[in-house]
Structures are given as C-alpha cells and as structure tokens.
Design a protein around this ligand. Structure first.
Ligand SMILES: [Zn+2]
Length: 316
C-alpha cells in the first residue's frame, strides 16, 4: 500500500473500462455462430479471455496466454445490465436453480465460481494437490482464502488451519470448513506465532500444504518456511508486486516445493466447481456477506477497503 492507500496491482489493465469480473446472469441474446447456449440460459464466464492460438495456449497453459484479454480489466466487465462474452469462455449453470432454489440465488452462486477457481487452480491443478488426511494451512480468509478452506475440507484434509486478522472473516473461515482459526495479532500478544501453532498442531512435523492468500508474503512466507513438513507444498495465490526474501535451504532440507499460481482457467476448473456446487457438496454462496444494487456499485467497492467480511455482490 502506498501513502494514498493504493496497492500496485501486478497484472494487465486498461482504462477507461467497466469493471466487474466475477459474475453470472441470464443469456439475453446470442450471436449467429453460438451453438451451445440459448436465450434464457443461466451462465457464468471466465474473466481470463485466452486466445487459444498462441504457443502457450497450445501447450494448454491458458492462464498464461500471450494475448490475454481480461473482462473487467481490459475489456468492459459486469458492473452493467449487459455484458458481451465469447462462447468459449461461458459456462452453463442452469443446474444451480434446483440446488439453490431460485434464478437469483443460482446467479449469486455462479458469480463466486471465479474466485473459487483461483483457489482450485492453485490447490490442485498447479501444485498437484495433497493426499487425503493431509494438514493444509490457509493464510488469509478473503474470498480466495475462504474458497481454499472449503476446497481443502472437501478434498479430504484431516486438518484445515486458518490464519486471519478480521473477526468476521474468522467466523466465515469456520463456516467454510476450517477446523481452527487464529489471529496472528492475538498470537503475537500471547508471545507465539503462526508457525509455532502449526508445529504444535502437527506434533512438530509441519503442514503438508500452505496456501498464501494474504498478499503479504513478506510477513507470511517466513512463517510458512518455519512450518514446512517434509515434501510439503507452498501455493502462492496472493498478489503483491515487489520482492519477497526466501530461505531456499529450507526447501532443500525439507524437499518442499513452492508453486506460483495465477488465474482460474484451463484444466476443466470451472466445470469441476460447477459439478461440485450442483450436487450441494460445495456451497460457495455462503461467503457472500453484502449485496449492493448496481447504482451503489462504487460504495460496494469502497466497502472492501477495510478487509472485513467475505464476498460483496453487486446486483441488477
Ligand atoms: Zn493464447
């Protein structure tokens, strides 16, 4: 954060642009070449608009497309009554109506697939996941951290440990499936620290997977590196520009790996999440803590500055 409260966002943007990139809605019109969707379908869409033509896409690494378009960052996004999306980036969520009860609730659920996809991509597609019974630690319980908690629980972790400063997000973390949630500030007052807690909860062995969702790696990575189990994985999801010092010898000593993870597309990620949510096994809608009408979208965005609560939804 700089002195004006701005954070450097290390990714592609263009201005002016209509923002809003985690969304769902009903198909109002289709182009002449659209084959798999019809007017009235409930849908969501990936915001990473990979080209499918570049050498990186042809390797299947769509999150790193060389010609990446980004809905809500580079092209106009979803803080609007209508948004145009190419068919290849759209996913059908008609099945959500049955499980969530109404079209409105189905769309709310559809709009949180995108942040869930970022967690899914890191925890499973990029890092290869963890063994059932593993201990997984999530640092930060914003929407992506909350999704990481829910997915770790669903995928069979024996212990899901979360660290979060905000009391309201601590409550959400428990609701999403964390076994225990600690405030690093409270731990400091007690003369202890996150890594000590992880070691205590694992009989000194450390955790099998650590998921960084705070965007404060300078603070969190030293804690993670002191609580690595042998053959553990560090999944880096938080976004922060700049350099983070790391103690490489710890990775050698423990045979651990650090994974950079970016984006939510490819690997069938949206499809798997839609299947999980359609069966009722995964309810990411629980992380929505505030709803604003479109006319108050600016207020919705500024309400996020205090880093309290979960997902804030703008609705038409
Ligand atoms: Zn490409």
């Amino acid at each position: 954060m700089d002195e004006d409260g701005y954070q450097i966002y290390p990714s592609w943007t263009k201005r002016p642009v209509v923002i809003g990139h985690e969304f769902a809605g009903k198909v109002a019109a289709i182009g002449a070449q659209v084959t798999d969707f019809k007017v009235g379908d409930l849908v969501t869409a990936e915001q990473l608009h990979w080209c499918g033509k570049c050498a990186i896409c042809r390797k299947g690494l769509y999150n790193h497309c060389r010609n990446m378009g980004r809905l809500g960052f580079v092209t106009n996004g979803a803080f609007a009554q209508y948004v145009a999306v190419k068919e290849k980036h759209v996913w059908n969520i008609n099945g959500f109506k049955e499980i969530f009860g109404s079209e409105d609730d189905a769309c709310e659920a559809g709009a949180v697939i995108e942040p869930t996809g970022i967690a899914y991509n890191g925890l499973f597609s990029r890092s290869g996941g963890f063994m059932p019974g593993a201990t997984v630690v999530i640092y930060g319980a914003g929407p992506i951290g909350l999704a990481s908690i829910a997915l770790a629980r669903l995928a069979g972790a024996s212990q899901v440990i979360a660290f979060e400063l905000s009391p309201s997000r601590q409550t959400l973390a428990r609701e999403m499936g964390a076994d225990v949630v600690y405030s690093p500030e409270e731990l400091a007052k007690q003369g202890t620290s996150p890594h000590q807690v992880v070691l205590d909860l694992t009989a000194g062995y450390g955790a099998d997977m650590h998921v960084e969702c705070t965007g404060l790696p300078k603070v969190i990575l030293p804690e993670i590196e002191q609580a690595l189990a042998v053959n553990s994985k560090v999944v880096n999801l938080g976004r922060r520009a700049g350099t983070t010092p790391s103690t490489l010898s710890i990775y050698q000593d423990t045979g651990s790996q650090s994974f950079g993870s970016l984006g939510h597309t490819g690997y069938g990620t949206f499809g798997y999440i839609i299947k999980l949510m359609s069966t009722g096994r995964l309810n990411m809608r629980k992380m929505i803590t505030a709803r604003f009408p479109l006319e108050r979208a600016a207020e919705a965005v500024t309400s996020l500055a205090n880093r309290e609560g979960g997902k804030v939804m703008v609705k038409i």
